[in-house]
Design a protein around this ligand. Structure first.
Ligand code: ADP
Ligand code: MG
Length: 246
């Protein structure tokens, strides 16, 4: 087994007296597509936010990305340069055009020239199917288009790892498919993807592995066919029964 690109050991996270993550151990291989499912409040967002230190975690927990320990300090910039994040709420810069949104980080962090950054941005915007919107502002785009810009923006840093936190949950139903299609096309390109999602069809079709969380713990993990067709744990069965039958 090559070294995992994400390595997590004994990860704990508390908010005051509340334990949001209660001992997570997880290795994710380079190029793997992992979908994280589970009820609201189970710690899914907290888990992926710890991977690039958007949340501090309890001392004694170990998280590393590409062999770099995730911690405050100099190495954090290196970690963040390797990890792209796509949020439910897009988080684009509203005062910048789509093109500028995608150019910004490569110029600031990777020191690309404006010309190089623009060429890269236009290629990526074409890849997510919105090259025609390059000069518009985010507010002029549909939610599905904005989320595709957010994906292009994350890709512009050529990250090793892409984290998605419910990327389609804020979208009108007719726009979910266009974003999932972009994500499907990304899976298999070599980028490691960790996707928190309620889209069980997507997880079944695209994930190499599904992780079911509850109560701040990983309850069960396995290939999608096993998790969806033959879950072993009662909590997994209850959850899937509730989400797949409504
Ligand atoms: P999920 O993404 O699975 O819905 P979260 O990771 O967002 O769950 O949250 C896990 C638990 O931690 C929830 O009970 C939530 O209320 C709590 N929590 C999350 N963020 C905070 C915060 N900033 N302060 C206090 N509690 C929080
Ligand atoms: Mg969440």
């Amino acid at each position: 087994m090559p070294d995992p690109v994400i390595r997590i050991r004994n990860l704990h996270k508390t908010y005051g007296t509340f334990t949001a993550l209660n001992g997570i151990d997880l290795d994710i291989a380079e190029g793997e597509v992992v979908c994280v499912i589970g009820p609201s409040g189970s710690g899914k967002s907290t888990l992926i936010r710890c991977i690039n230190l958007l949340e501090d975690f309890t001392p004694g927990s170990e998280v590393s990305v590409d062999g770099i320990p995730v911690a405050r300090g100099r190495a954090l910039d290196r970690v963040r340069a390797e990890v792209g994040m796509v949020f439910q709420s897009f988080n684009l810069f509203p005062h910048m055009t789509v093109l500028r949104n995608v150019m910004l980080a490569p110029m600031r962090v990777r020191r690309l020239s404006a010309r190089e950054a623009e060429a890269r941005a236009r290629t990526l915007l074409a890849r997510v199917g919105i090259e025609a919107q390059a000069d518009k502002y985010p507010g002029q785009l549909s939610g599905g288009q904005q989320q595709r810009v957010a994906i292009a923006r994350a890709l512009a840093m050529e990250p090793k790892v892409l984290l998605f936190d419910e990327p389609t949950s804020a979208l009108d139903p007719e726009m979910v498919g266009e974003v999932l299609d972009v994500m499907k096309a990304l899976a298999g390109t070599g980028v490691t993807m960790v996707v928190v999602t309620h889209e069980m069809g997507f997880a079944r079709q695209v994930a190499d592995r599904v992780i079911f969380m509850d109560g701040g713990q990983i309850v069960e993990t396995g290939p999608p066919d096993r998790i969806f067709d033959a879950p072993q744990e009662p909590r997994t069965r209850n959850f899937l029964g509730a989400v797949l039958n409504h």
